[in-house]
Design a binder for this molecule. Structure first.
Ligand code: MTE
Length: 326
């Protein structure tokens, strides 16, 4: 059992940006020392290695503890969470999103709701931030590429948002569409086969599961652009590609929507994509994973069914044949 009682961790206790900044300044400082020689450095030379606050634009969020947080895991560092990313609109390398996503315009930002709903709606991001108390939720994050992290997200259950959307009984699926503007995301054509905008989808009962998180932040602060600012979804029992970033549209549908990676390679990336150590990806094993940021001897871990969240989600797939669920 990997979910605990209301956690003892709140964002204020999670060592976030201050440690990160100390780390960053120390690195820049040491780099500068190495480059110029310590003795040659005067006070004004030292100042150039200080971290300008502007490079860190995230703002602190008011959060509450959550009964749905994962306990007993060591958190991945802020640096790794924000510098080892998949966000193909900003480039295909893991380090690209941190370098290239600065121009993503996160204000003003709206989320449009359409399809099988009583009436189409538009939510402003600042209203969404106030819709429900923002919870600190630590989740394991398992990418289909067999690496993993442990991330202290901030958000509330997507079900709270869905209730505000008044979906019709005919709504059986929910689709999420990411922001797409090739002028801002000029790297999006590096992988020319992707059909933009990035699209993901869930069955309605998956979307209503309390673990499905509408996510606005991490480490107690607003999401950095490279992690999907200003709003994304997070599904801790599914491979990371299901967690669409920078969402601008939510569609309620009667039929299963097309989704980006499933479209790309249906034999490698399924629609459900539940974490499953018993079903290998056609090109690699899913039995183990590499925990980012851990020393090499502690990196390899056994992958858990539903990423360790079986108690919360296994009921959703009763009677389903999971042998081809990539
Ligand atoms: N959302 C968009 N819009 N574009 C993407 O390329 N990559 C997905 C998912 N959401 C992706 C996306 C993949 S493959 C993963 S593993 C996670 O985002 C990575 O999230 P992280 O960078 O915050 O770890």
């Amino acid at each position: 059992m990997l979910l605990g009682k209301p956690s003892d961790i709140s964002s204020s206790e999670i060592t976030p940006r201050d440690d990160y900044f100390r780390y960053l300044s120390r690195r820049r400082f040491l780099k500068g020392m190495a480059a110029t020689g310590a003795a040659a450095l005067g006070a004004d030379r030292l100042a150039q290695f200080a971290v300008p606050q502007a490079v860190h634009a995230e703002t602190r969020l008011q959060t509450v503890k959550s009964p749905l947080t994962t306990t007993g895991e060591q958190l991945t560092s802020y640096y790794d969470i924000t510098h080892y990313n998949n966000f193909y609109e900003f480039g295909v390398d893991k380090s690209d999103p941190a370098k290239n996503a600065g121009g993503l315009p996160t204000r003003p930002w709206t989320v449009k709701v359409e399809g099988k709903v009583a009436k189409p709606l538009t939510f402003d991001i600042d209203d969404l931030l106030k819709l429900r108390p923002l919870e600190d939720r630590v989740y394991r994050h398992r990418c289909v590429e067999a690496w993993s992290m442990v991330i202290p997200w901030v958000g509330y259950s997507l079900s709270e948002f869905i209730k505000q959307c008044n979906p019709l009984p005919s709504a059986k699926y929910v689709q999420f569409l990411s922001y797409f503007n090739p002028k801002v995301e000029k790297w999006s054509y590096e992988d020319a086969t992707i059909y933009w905008p990035y699209s993901e989808g869930l069955r309605m009962d998956e979307a209503m599961n309390p673990l499905t998180l509408l996510t606005f932040g991490l480490y107690g602060e607003t999401l950095p652009n490279q992690d999907g600012a200003p709003v994304r979804i997070v599904l801790p029992w599914k491979y990371g590609f299901k967690s669409a970033k920078s969402i601008v549209k939510v569609r309620f549908l009667s039929k299963q929507p097309r989704t980006t990676w499933n479209d790309q390679a249906p034999n490698e990336y399924g629609f459900y994509a539940n974490v499953n150590p018993n079903v290998d990806h056609p090109r690699w094993s899913q039995k183990t994973e590499r925990r980012i940021g851990q020393p090499f001897y502690a990196q390899r871990r056994t992958t858990l069914m539903f990423n360790g969240y079986s108690d919360q989600v296994a009921y959703l797939y009763k009677g389903m044949d999971l042998r081809r669920d990539f």
